[in-house]
Design a protein around this ligand. Structure first.
Ligand code: DX5
Ligand code: ZN
Length: 218
């Protein structure tokens, strides 16, 4: 499968979100990556449901919603109504992860689980066959523009091995500090979806930057 690109709107121009939504619509990007932060699970507050609802009618690509919040299971129906296609919870924030994944599927969304940089891939052993996506954080969650943690390369290989061994359909997604210095190696090691915030939106030509990431091969 050709890898997918999911630009993170966290780095977009919030004073003119419509422009950046249209930029993604007209680019080779595959998904919108939407970072929801509650100021409790992570030390930052980003944006929430009203923003999703207001951009959903403009957006022509799926909403990949990354929930950096405690008790994400409380908001499954709410985010479904706001337009989420992929509901992605942190392993560290989910006590009853299996139940949460089932409820996400029952609500008609794809289910993703995210691992913080310190959380080993092995914790997914007994849930991987239920998942549509696993996100490996390559920075500590909470902020855009941080430096890529190189240990992520090994984790991609370990996750790929687990997915193959368990015959799982889960896609491997990487989020944090992704740019042209690490994207090729990530894809080479098995990444299926690259999230990029600053690298896309702080570039002089975001559409060309997305195209560049999309056209990488190994
Ligand atoms: C970080 C978020 C990321 C962030 C990535 O907590 O989950 O999605 O937007 O931003 P960059 O690509 O700038 O590291
Ligand atoms: Zn994210």
């Amino acid at each position: 499968m050709k890898h997918l690109i999911a630009p993170s709107l966290l780095a977009a121009d919030f004073s003119n979100l419509k422009k950046d939504v249209e930029l993604i619509n007209n680019s080779e990007a595959d998904w919108f990556h939407l970072d929801i932060m509650d100021g409790v699970f992570v030390p930052n507050i980003s944006f929430g449901i009203p923003i999703l609802e207001s951009i959903k009618p403009l957006a022509k690509k799926p909403f990949d919603v990354h929930l950096m919040i405690v008790q994400p299971e409380r908001y499954i129906e709410t985010f479904k109504k706001a337009g989420a296609d992929i509901f992605n919870v942190h392993y560290e924030a989910s006590t009853h992860l299996h139940r949460t994944v089932q409820t996400v599927h029952d609500a008609g969304m794809k289910a993703g689980v995210t691992l913080n940089p310190h959380t080993p891939v092995s914790v997914l052993e007994d849930i991987i066959s239920e998942l549509d996506l696993v996100l490996l954080m390559s920075v500590n969650p909470g902020f855009g523009g941080q430096k890529f943690i190189k240990n992520t390369f090994d984790k991609v290989e370990q996750l790929k091995e687990l997915i193959l061994r368990k015959n799982s359909r889960a896609l491997i997604q990487i989020d944090g500090g992704v740019d042209n210095t690490n994207a090729t190696e990530l894809i080479d090691k098995g990444a299926d979806v690259l999230v990029a915030g600053s690298y896309v939106f702080k570039s002089s030509n975001p559409e060309a930057t997305i195209k560049g990431l999309k056209e990488l091969s190994f």
